[in-house]
Design a binder for this molecule. Structure first.
Ligand SMILES: *Cc1c(COP(=O)(O)O)cnc(C)c1O
Length: 497
């Protein structure tokens, strides 16, 4: 293959002058000025779509990531890809495309935790350890995470037994589903710990944040050979691996003549923190045949309002929905889009982010709005989401999860005006949100959440994913609990420092 000799640097969305390499950006997570790292330019795809059509997922991943991670050697990057996209996924296609009715569903839930976060979190730990080696970081990387259920387990599964890393996850004792709790407490791996916190998700989150900001603790841990890092979705190392599946999907649709050369595909993405849809935007800028980018929200429709009015306003009631991974009022990756839409006006981005912090809202300029025309917002209410699950099931037998159903609803509405084929990002297995899914189908019977899994097997006529079966039979390995004021002590105890 042609070697890309040119180094691609990363800079902050808020104007910090320092340019860093990919490995530095991945290790740091956040830029020193609080901004997010973005590539100085978005590289073109290194192959034609026709060539991509002949590649498997791993080859596609290597080719796309190679264009971004220019300070990784071929060997390093191939190693990361191989370790990430292996038989942790229950299909060799990794991200299979399913045609249901007129739409294509890109199933991103075939990994270890049956939700789309696996797509990035299975490779991030490897990108991090290679980055640490390149930057001559001697300490072990210590990941601390608070979770409302999904991210924690995906991070645990990703980091489990990755040499040079250690991960500790806090979850609210009574704030996650039975399946989610079992997924976490049965996680294997000598470097993995999980703690049930007596408190809610906010307590877990602010506790972890306080630990991150505790300088003395950081110093103390450094002496013991640990260095804090973060695996959350603002890390560029989580965004870039998500670009891969959009290129892969477009190439496969062309290869199978589902779309024709010159034709574009609109993508509909169930959105929370804006990482997934931003990856689709990057794929488009690289040259993938993507047309409109449709951002689907649940009743927490901050983003819908933003695309309609140009005003982002988080001052509103927070609504708990059946698509909890999208229950978000501050969508952090949107900052990267603002940066690109303002034609890299870091000062404008900084002002917006300051206003967001101070007032909870900001308005973008007309130029920025004009540059966002390829985006469109949409949203689905709880009733519409449930009705969509039922409609598609009754028409085709396909069962989708609640998050996917939000996108599917928005797609259906959008369909009335658009002609292009649509790709829907399917972000979770229905088994993960089994209770809401069965309720939507009107088939929820009495019994605990675990018995519902067998019920769904019958209804959907699909076998229970390996990842779910395993947790039903697995041994509980983690039983630690702690109070809100004991988090620091708990970390010390676990690390034996
Ligand atoms: C995280 C998540 C989302 C939202 O994705 P973002 O990249 O944060 O916009 C949607 N669906 C599921 C199932 C998720 O876990």
């Amino acid at each position: 293959m042609e070697e890309n000799k040119k180094q691609l640097y990363y800079k902050s969305t808020r104007g910090d002058r320092e340019k860093v390499t990919a490995s530095q950006a991945i290790l740091r997570g956040l830029a020193p000025d609080g901004g997010l790292y973005v590539p100085e330019e978005i590289p073109p795809l290194p192959y034609t779509m026709e060539q991509f059509g002949k590649m498997d997922y791993q080859e596609t991943a290597y080719a796309v990531l190679r264009a971004f991670l220019t300070d990784f050697t071929e060997e390093e990057l191939r190693g990361c890809v191989e370790k990430a996209y292996d038989d942790k996924f229950d299909t060799s296609q990794i991200a299979p495309l399913v045609k249901i009715g007129k739409e294509y569903y890109l199933e991103l839930f075939h990994g270890a935790t049956i939700a789309f976060k696996d797509m990035a979190l299975s490779i991030l730990p490897h990108l991090m350890t290679v980055s640490a080696e390149k930057q001559q970081v001697e300490e072990e990387i210590l990941i601390l995470a608070a979770t409302s259920g999904d991210t924690g387990k995906a991070a645990m599964a990703g980091f489990a037994d990755v040499e040079g890393t250690r991960i500790i996850v806090f979850y609210p004792k009574n704030g996650v589903s039975k399946v989610q709790e079992l997924q976490m407490v049965t996680q294997k791996g000598a470097n993995v710990d999980v703690v049930a916190l007596h408190g809610n998700f906010d307590h877990a989150q602010s506790g972890v944040k306080a630990l991150f900001e505790d300088r003395r603790m950081a110093e103390e841990l450094k002496k013991k050979g640990y260095r804090f890092s973060s695996a959350n979705s603002i890390n560029i190392g989580r965004l870039l691996p998500q670009v891969v599946y959009y290129v892969y999907a477009c190439a496969k649709l062309l290869e199978n003549q589902e779309i024709q050369p010159g034709e574009t595909l609109d993508v509909v993405v169930p959105t929370g923190n804006f990482g997934n849809i931003l990856a689709a935007y990057y794929a488009k800028r690289m040259g993938a045949p993507i047309g409109r980018l449709i951002c689907a929200s649940n009743e927490n429709k901050v983003l819908y309002d933003f695309f309609e009015t140009g005003c982002y306003d988080k001052n509103r009631e927070f609504i708990l929905t059946t698509s909890p991974s999208m229950d978000i009022l501050i969508s952090s990756n949107l900052e990267r889009l603002l940066y690109h839409a303002s034609l890299e006006d870091a000062e404008a981005v900084r002002v917006c982010m300051e206003e967001l912090k101070e007032k909870g809202s900001y308005r973008i300029s007309d130029t920025m709005r004009k540059n966002l025309r390829e985006f469109q917002g949409g949203y689905a209410t709880e009733e519409e989401t449930a009705a969509e699950i039922r409609r598609v099931y009754e028409a085709t037998g396909y069962v989708m999860d609640t998050h996917t159903a939000v996108a599917s609803t928005v797609c259906g509405r959008y369909r009335e005006e658009a002609q292009s084929p649509c790709l829907i990002a399917s972000t979770a297995s229905p088994y993960k949100f089994v209770k809401s899914v069965l309720a939507a189908l009107g088939k929820e019977e009495k019994g605990d959440e675990l018995s519902l899994l067998y019920q769904l097997e019958k209804v959907s006529r699909t076998a229970m994913p390996k990842a779910v079966k395993e947790i039903l039979e697995a041994t509980v390995l983690h039983t630690m609990e702690c109070d809100r004021d004991e988090m620091k002590e708990t970390v010390r105890k676990i690390l034996e420092v």
